[in-house]
Design a protein around this ligand. Sequence first.
Ligand code: CMX
Length: 441
Amino acid sequence: MGVIKDRFKEKADVLAAEIKDLLKEHGSKVIGEVQLAQIYQGMRGITGLVTETSLLDAQDGIRFRGYSIPELQEKLPKAEGGSEPLPEGLFHLMLVGELPTDADAQHVTSVWQRRSHVPNHVFATIEALPVTAHPMTQFVVAIMALQTESQFAKRYAAGMNKKEYWDAVFDDSMDLIARLPRVAAYIYRRKYKNGDHIQPNGLLDWAGNFAHMMGYQDESFKELMRLYMTIHADHEGGNVSAHTTHLVGSALSDPYLSYAAGMNGLAGPLHGLANQEVIKWIFELRENLNTDLPSKEQIAEYVKKTLSEGKVVPGYGHAVLRKTDPRFTAQMEFGKKHMPDDPLVQTVWNIYETVPPILQSLGKIKNPWPNVDAHSGALLVHFGMVEYEFYTVLFAVSRALGVLASLCWDRALGFPLERPKSVSTRLVKKWLKGEDEIWGD
Ligand code: CMX
C-alpha cells in the first residue's frame, strides 16, 4: 500500500473502533428534535450526517479538521517561492487528519502526477458535445466517460469483499482527483481557446499545473489557483454537492458516479453556479450604468431593482453561515495584496459595503453577508479569465478534494445506505388530528 493509504487505514481503523464503542454506550442518546416546519423547509438545522473532513460554524465559518482558513494559510506547505497553501496539503489534512509536512504534500503531488493520465475516449466524448454546451455539462459528461476506469466498479463486479470497499474507493478517488485538472483545462481550451490545448507540466504542483494547462503562466494566477482550490474544497457534509456525493456513494455507486452526481448539484444557481451569476450580475450592472466603477448609490439602486424583479442577489446569503464567509475574506485579502486598484475588485468591495444593510432591511433573510461566490470571479477576471460560465468548473475541481476524502471515510467507517423517512402531507394532517403516527416504518 502507499504511504498515505497506510496512514489513512490506520486512522480509519482507530476511529471505526471508537465509533463502535461510542454507539454501544451512547447510541440511544437524543441529539436533537425535529419540528414540522423543518421537514418542509429544506431540513435546515437538522443534524443528520457525520462528516469527518470539516465543520461549519454559523459564526466562525469553515474549519478543516479544526483549522480555520487563516491558520491553513499559515500552516500548510507552500509551493516554492509561494505563500498560498498547496491543496495537496489540505487533502492530506482532510484525509489523514494531520497537518502534512512539506514532504507529505510533495508526495501527494507526485502521486497525482503519476495517476493523471486521461484516456482518449474521454476527450472524444467531450468533443461529441456541441462546443456551446455549458462547461459544467461538458465536465460532468467527461466524468461519466472516465467512469470506465473505476477500480471500485470492476472489483465489485468481480465479487469484492465489503472489507475492501474503502481500498477501491481510495484508489478511484486518487485517480479521479489526479485527472480532473486535465479534463477541466481541456474543456476550457476547447470552448474558449479554439481547441489549442496545452500539455501538462510534470514538474508543477496540482493547482499550478491546472493554471498552466488552462493557459495562465503568471505566478500570481498559480497562487490564486492554490488558494482557490484550497478554500472551495469542503464545507462540511450538508451542502448539496457534498451531501449528494455522500448519498449516491451510500448506494455503493463508485466515486466517479457519486462525484458526478454531486457536481450536478454544484451546477445549480443557488449553489456553485452562483459564482458565474455574481460576475454576470456585476457585468450587467456596469453595462447598464455605462461605468467601470459604479458608486455605492448606483449599486444600491441596482440591488433594489434585482430584488423587485423577484431575483436573488447572487453571492449573498447562506443556509448555515450568519457572518461574512471567511472564504470571501481570504479572497479579499488576496485582492488587496495583488490587485488593490482593479475597478472590478473594488466594485466587489463596494457591493460588500452596500448589499448587507439592504438585505437586512427586508427582514426575512437570515444571512445578509457575502459567501465565497461573491468574490471569486473578480479575481479571475483580473488575470483575463472572463469566461464566467467556466467558473463553476473551477469550483468543481476543488470540491473533489473534500467530497472524495469524505467518501473514503464513508466506506472506511462502513456507513450504510442512506435512507431517511419521508411523510406525505396527508399523513401529516392525520397525525395533527391524532389519527396516525408520523414515525411509521
Ligand atoms: N437575495 C435575495 N433574497 C435572498 C437572498 C439573496 N441573496 N438570500 C436569501 N434570500 C431570501 C430567500 O430566497 C428566502 O425568500 P422567500 O422566503 O421569499 O423564499 C428568504 O430570503 C429566506 O432565505 P434564507 O433562509 O435566508 O436562506 P436559505 O437558507 O433559504 O438559502 C441561499 C440560502 C444561499 C440559497 C440564499 O441565501 C440565496 O439564494 N443566495 C443567493 C445565491 C447564492 O449566492 N448561492 C451560493 C451559496 C454558496 C454556495 O453554495 O456556493
